[in-house]
Design a protein around this ligand. Structure first.
Ligand code: KIV
Ligand code: ZN
Length: 388
């Protein structure tokens, strides 16, 4: 089969980077349920856990390996034999196993986390990949804190781990530090200067400390990366990881980028709700794609334009992400057009003058009650009858 150069692989780490969030820990059965939904969503790789970290995490990787068949199941390790042995053991039932091993690549991490040198870290990186490769063919290497690493050293590291057998090279912006053009330039540099780069896929793994995780991931893809790592709802350490739903919908919306995934986007909303509930992590109402207000129109100007033609204020159709439907929210900022729309939906047809009078009563009520529901509209119509 010919490799499609425009295909972007989606690597989901909701169950690993996402699950590291305090209060979001899941039981193995909960993780299995989510993994099955991720399989239906069409993700290519599920990072199922960090097996050496606890018996529970080890067991989750084992059980997820048994439960899914299409996606690659991936286990995280540090660059040491103990971690890698645990990962190999935990993946023994996986149809498509992958080991994700790696080490710090920035001088900050090399000096202040490992108390080591660039040369020694490079050696450890290569050894880890070779050690993992004895047992598993598919090896992803992560150069932790690559966002702050010296790009020439990073290129040297990437070349060495590919020569040692890495099939995917992950360039994490671990601290969410980069600007999109800096991150994109880093990926471009690797693409153009690492001799054996055609033997591996470049992966982007961005954190959201400056709110740039999605923008940085897209910049990486525009410069040659073909795997994107992220989580549903963007959950993850600190300010979170890249939201998978955002990247997928950007690629769909901007077809000019010429990139595509195999994700069934209609499943996003339901899965988002499931993650929210199981992980006890609310989704902010204005969260792109899956937030409760993502398709809610509330100002009079927007409502009027939306009711004339939805594309005036809608660049994504709610049904394309499985969202129940667009909503016209009634508040004191709403116009007559929106009020008429809701009254007609409830069976009330008003002429122009009646609507004008009702609109004044509506504004008086909305200033006090803030948002108006169907019950309020019925009450408003009864009040109008009594008043007249
Ligand atoms: O953010 C990061 O660098 C990571 C690695 C372990 C891949 O999560
Ligand atoms: Zn991460």
């Amino acid at each position: 089969m010919l490799h499609d150069p425009n295909r972007v692989y989606v690597f989901d780490t909701t169950l690993r980077d996402g699950e590291q969030v305090p209060g979001c820990q899941l039981t193995t059965p909960e993780k299995i349920e989510i993994a099955k939904e991720l399989e239906l969503l069409g993700v290519d790789i599920i990072e199922a856990g960090f097996p050496v970290s606890s018996p529970g995490d080890f067991n989750s990787v084992v059980e997820i390996s048994k439960a899914v068949k299409n996606p690659t199941v991936c286990a995280l390790t540090r660059a040491n034999k103990g971690d890698i042995d645990a990962a190999i053991e935990s993946l023994k039932y996986a149809k498509h196993p992958r080991i994700h091993t790696g080490i710090g690549s920035s001088d900050m991490h090399i000096k202040h986390k490992f108390n080591s040198t660039r040369e020694e870290i490079l050696e450890r990186a290569v050894e880890a990949v070779k050690y993992a490769k004895r047992a598993v063919e598919d090896i992803e290497f992560y150069a932790e804190d690559a966002g702050r690493a010296d790009v020439v050293y990073l290129a040297q590291m990437v070349e060495a781990v590919i020569a040692a057998g890495a099939t995917v090279v992950n360039i994490p912006d671990t601290n969410g530090y980069c600007l999109p053009d800096q991150y994109g330039a880093k990926i471009k540099y690797l693409k153009e200067n690492v001799k054996n780069i055609d033997k591996a896929i470049i992966s982007v793994h961005c954190h959201n400390d400056l709110g740039l995780a999605t923008a940085n991931s897209i910049a990486g893809l525009q410069n040659g990366a073909r795997q994107i790592e992220g989580t549903i709802n963007g959950i993850g350490e600190r300010a979170g990881n890249t939201s998978i739903e955002e990247v997928v919908m950007i690629l769909k919306t901007h077809q000019v980028l010429g990139l595509h995934t195999q994700i069934d986007s209609k499943r996003f909303y339901e899965l988002s709700q499931m993650i929210r509930t199981q992980m006890r992590m609310p989704v902010q109402p204005n969260k792109a794609i899956v937030g409760s207000n993502a398709f809610a129109h509330s100002s009079g100007i927007h409502q009027d334009g939306f009711l004339k033609m939805r594309e005036n204020y809608e660049i994504i159709r709610p049904e394309d992400v499985g969202f129940p439907s667009a909503t016209i929210v009634l508040t004191a900022r709403s116009g007559r057009h929106a009020l008429k729309f809701h009254l007609e939906r409830l069976g009330y047809t008003l002429d122009k003058e009646e609507l004008a009078r009702t609109y004044n009563d509506f504004l008086t009520l909305a200033d006090v009650k803030l948002d108006i529901n169907d019950e309020d509209l019925h009450a408003l119509m009864v009040y109008k009858l009594v008043k007249n």
